[in-house]
Design a protein around this ligand. Structure first.
Ligand code: SF4
Length: 309
């Protein structure tokens, strides 16, 4: 047996953060929707449709995320601060408490964590839906994890982080995995359900805050996980208006991010029929758009992954 207990990977004040997060639910501003409602009283008035509990609707040891964070224990939490009409998880974001989702509780969490560490998990990924709307419940279970079981945390988020969430997340998250979905305000309004939210400004502010001072060391996995991964899903018909402007902006503004271009768009979002003006979204990604996006990203010198590899 080691003479020294393993060093804690997470901040020592998780119990205090848990309590502060529970208090913040009394007038919730965990995301920029700024609802200000009391989630301890239930989900009424909460844009995310969540009360105080989080609900896990899927979990697995994933080898399919970015290679630099895997294998990762992936926990899907229901509820979201957006309504992307191409979302394949639509049922889980619009009915977050419906089966098969189960409340996130410490007993279940610690058992599954031990199992996945035994299976080789290298990190712990919270995804959704959107993890930030579930932050209070996440901190509640993390506060019960012993130091020996603390894995680096990946926060797989839409980038909409409220002012009350920042001090709770800082130094807890090892890797920010931010979905940068669209460039233009019109696309955010039409496709993301973000018409009453300045999606572009909010997600850019998040990226500014978490962008690291130095480039990632992807060729040396022993150095650990990257600080920032920007995921961008290539969508059919959106190359010129959304993808290419975003790639140029990333090169200028967030050059130390790892950039993962996701090329396997599936036109199966159950709400896609609400987008009659964008028929391209009901098709697969044309190969020439894929090739062009990858070519531009390479020309720009981004720290590029394609479908996580
Ligand atoms: S997490 Fe966001 S959407 Fe949900 S109640 Fe809080 S402010 Fe509203």
């Amino acid at each position: 047996m080691s003479a020294h207990p393993p060093a804690a990977l997470w901040p020592q004040d998780l119990a205090r953060r848990r309590d502060r997060a529970q208090l913040s639910l009394r007038a919730c501003r965990l995301c920029p929707r700024d609802c200000g409602v009391d989630r301890h009283a239930g989900p009424t008035g909460a844009w995310c449709r969540l009360g105080a509990d989080a609900y896990a609707y899927k979990e697995l040891l994933s080898h399919g995320e970015e290679a630099c964070i895997g294998p990762t224990w992936l926990i899907d939490l229901s509820g979201c601060s957006l309504r992307c009409l191409f979302c394949t998880e639509w049922a889980h974001i619009t009915q977050p408490m419906a089966a098969p989702a189960v409340p996130l509780r410490s007993g279940w969490f610690l058992r599954r964590l031990a199992h996945h560490i035994g299976q080789g998990a290298r990190s712990l990924s919270f995804v959704g839906g959107e993890p930030t709307v579930n932050l209070a419940a996440v901190l509640s279970v993390l506060a019960d994890v012993p130091p020996a079981s603390q894995l680096p945390i990946v926060w797989n988020s839409n980038g909409l982080v409220g002012e009350d969430a920042w001090p709770l997340l800082t130094d807890v998250v090892r890797t920010w995995l931010i979905d940068l979905k669209v460039s233009t305000a019109s696309a955010a309004t039409q496709m993301l359900g973000a018409g009453d939210l300045d999606y572009g400004a909010r997600v850019r502010d998040t990226l500014d805050r978490v962008h690291p001072a130095t480039p990632p060391l992807l060729t040396d996995p022993a150095r650990g996980l990257p600080t920032l991964i920007i995921r961008h899903l290539l969508m059919p018909g959106a190359l010129a208006s959304e993808t290419l402007p975003l790639l140029h902006e990333i090169a200028q503004r967030w050059p130390h991010a790892v950039v993962n271009l996701m090329t396997m768009y599936l036109p199966f979002g159950p709400a896609l029929k609400q987008l009659p003006a964008m028929p391209a979204l009901r098709t697969l990604l044309p190969p020439n758009e894929r090739d062009q996006a990858i070519g531009v990203a390479r020309q720009l010198g981004l720290h590029l992954l394609v479908d996580g590899r």
